[in-house]
Design a protein. Structure first.
Length: 300
């Protein structure tokens, strides 16, 4: 039995890209990641080498037959174009969320991957945290009455990271994964340019017509944290359940999942459910952006 190996190129070496390089160079023993081999990395900046990893040009990465897949860790704004280039070159793609900054682009890229028979995998480490896994267990089987998820964080450059419904899609993913499909009932956004402050408030309804609110708030010096208040018929959950620390890093867990897909070890059902969730969240992000950017309705 010859072990199948997949050559990988990492594109973009920010925090995520460096974590990707580290994890590819140190795969978990006897995990699917042992089938991935780091070939090199691509960056606009000039590094030469990072540890043992060598820098290669984008052209080489696209042309080289020994590279089977790209890990895309560039800024959000350039995800779409980079995914497109690697799919066109016949490579599999792993990309950090959000995969694109418009729903239309996301659907097109997914279709393109399917036509070419390539895996398009979107990283969702927010679903892999122990904190989230415990929360999901806690929520399972309960009847929601109403709920709020409030995120605060530091200021983002929107030209690079996109509209908050896209850059903050991790929160939306949580809500959909916990409570099923949602409909946007309204969304507004308050911006104070001089203070570099932004607050987006989104109101949803669940399939059972229960209200959910998502607040994404960013400003200078704001601590990165999530607050929850989910009320069920059985009582309210206002704090995250205690969660153990995981022995396996989040990017490594994600990398193992991608490797499993390459090896054909993920069921069609799981793949279909994941595709639905990812594209549904991007569709909703776009609806939210449209609501927030609508000119104020003037009632005569």
């Amino acid at each position: 039995q010859i072990s199948k190996m997949f050559g990988i190129v990492v594109v973009g070496v920010g925090i995520a890209g460096l974590a990707r390089i580290r994890d590819l160079m140190n795969p978990m023993p006897s995990s699917p990641s042992e089938h991935l081999k780091l070939f090199g990395f691509v960056s606009r900046r000039s590094f030469g080498n990072i540890n043992e990893a060598k820098q290669i040009s984008l052209e080489d990465a696209l042309r080289n037959k020994d590279i089977h897949a790209a890990f895309i860790s560039t800024e959000n704004r350039s995800h779409e174009e980079t995914i497109r280039m690697f799919l066109e070159a016949g490579k599999h793609v792993l990309v950090e969320y959000p995969m694109a900054l418009s729903a239309k682009a996301a659907h097109e890229l997914w279709e393109m991957a399917e036509q070419k028979g390539k895996i398009l995998h979107v990283e969702h480490i927010e679903l892999l945290t122990e904190e989230y896994k415990q929360l999901k267990k806690e929520v399972a089987g309960k009847d929601l009455v109403k709920g709020t998820l409030h995120f605060t964080g530091h200021v983002l450059d929107e030209n690079k990271s996109g509209f908050p419904a896209f850059s903050g899609i991790a929160r939306l993913t949580w809500l959909i994964d916990l409570f099923g499909d949602l409909t946007v009932t309204s969304a507004t956004r308050e911006k104070q340019k001089d203070k570099n402050y932004s607050r987006m408030t989104v109101h949803f309804q669940t399939a059972n017509k229960k209200p959910l609110t998502w607040i994404e708030e960013r400003g200078p010096g704001m601590r990165r944290e999530k607050k929850i208040n989910f009320c069920f018929t059985s009582g309210c959950l206002e704090n995250f359940p205690e969660a153990p620390r995981s022995s396996v890093g989040l990017f490594m867990q994600d990398q193992n999942l991608f490797a499993k897909k390459l090896l054909g070890q993920v069921s069609e059902e799981e793949l279909a459910a994941e595709k639905w969730r990812i594209l549904r969240c991007l569709d909703l992000a776009e609806v939210i952006q449209q609501y927030c950017e609508e000119p104020e309705k003037i009632y005569s």
